[in-house]
Design a protein around this ligand. Structure first.
Ligand SMILES: Cc1ncc(C[n+]2csc(CCOP(=O)(O)OP(=O)(O)O)c2C)c(N)n1
Ligand code: SF4
Ligand SMILES: [Mg+2]
Length: 283
């Protein structure tokens, strides 16, 4: 797969595999926004890898004409981490569902954020296990009735945005499948961030948990005076929000990602050892 010099268009990122999602599934909007974002970013297909776990959402790599890895349930992040460490020149995107990233894969999400490897994680949250036919997931609301919780869910739902902020992610945002332009803009911004970026997408499952009406009534852009550089403020908002806010919750453009830290550390230690300078720190 060798690129020509001509800039690629959205259609150039579309593979020959037709998505098998149900009509109206929010994941179509994520896929379409991803194509557009890739074209806007001018990503070279041979230098881009889309990694996923298992789930309806995790089928996404099949539909993108880049390199892709459809890995094990909950294990996209460890694979993406190894890939980015071995090949820092590649752009690595991770796609996963609420189950993939916050149930079976929940052990990897905090470490991905803490390590701050330069990957973009896009959580396609439908608050259900779509692929296995609609069981309650870690983001399902209290009282959610499914075959696995016939009397309604009694477990407090997790908030992916709140967790990503608390895990120390350097870029955290939220989008909604029914707001495709904003979703595209947020994917572009997340990929442009150097370090671990986390985009939570409310992506309804029309088959088992159709939440379009619910989110249509609740979504709201972050206020114009909102400060996305204040992590504590972002956490306070994510803890208390009654509306579902869309936009960039937090970004730290000044921090060094994992690679920059290692490079700085290596440069520091490769300087010739000067015993006088060394001893002066104890003077
Ligand atoms: C180790 C393992 N456990 C369980 C499963 C069954 N399984 C496949 S997908 C899935 C949940 C998918 O939910 P989510 O990640 O939210 O994706 P969605 O289908 O909703 O997009 C489960 C439990 C599996 N494939 N592998
Ligand atoms: S079951 Fe739900 S998540 Fe899966 S493809 Fe259908 S609508 Fe989408
Ligand atoms: Mg899901």
């Amino acid at each position: 797969m060798v690129e020509t010099a001509a800039p690629l268009k959205m259609k150039d990122y579309r593979s020959d595999v037709k998505p098998v999602w149900c009509p109206g599934c929010g994941d179509f909007a994520v896929l379409s926004a991803t194509y557009k974002a890739m074209a806007r970013l001018g990503l070279k297909r041979e230098e881009t890898v889309v990694v996923s776990g298992i789930g309806c959402s995790s089928r996404l790599p099949y539909f993108v004409r880049t390199y892709g890895m459809h890995t094990l349930h909950g294990r996209a992040l460890p694979v993406a981490t190894g890939l980015k460490l071995a090949r820092p020149d590649l752009t690595v995107l991770v796609f996963g569902g609420d189950g993939d990233l916050f149930s079976i894969g929940a052990g990897h999400t905090p470490h991905g954020a803490a390590r701050d490897i330069d990957v973009t994680v896009i959580c396609m949250d439908n608050s259900t296990y779509g692929l296995t036919k609609g069981q309650t997931s870690p983001t399902s609301p209290l009282g959610h009735k499914t075959k696995s919780t016939p009397y309604g869910a009694v477990v407090q739902p997790l908030s992916p945005v709140l967790l990503a902020l608390a895990f120390g992610a350097g870029w955290v945002g939220r989008a909604y499948s029914a707001k495709p332009k904003q979703l595209e803009d947020l994917i572009v911004a997340a990929v442009q961030h150097r370090g671990f970026s986390f985009l939570h997408v409310e992506s309804p499952c029309t088959e088992f948990n159709n939440t379009y009406n619910y989110f249509d009534a609740l979504v709201q852009d972050l206020p114009p005076d909102y400060d996305p550089t204040d992590r504590e403020g972002a956490i306070r908002l994510a803890l208390t929000e009654e509306r579902v806010h869309l936009g960039v919750f937090f970004r730290d453009d000044r921090r060094q990602d994992y690679r920059a830290k290692i490079e700085a550390w290596t440069a520091e230690r490769s300087r010739p050892f000067d015993p006088i300078t060394y001893l002066q720190q104890y003077a």
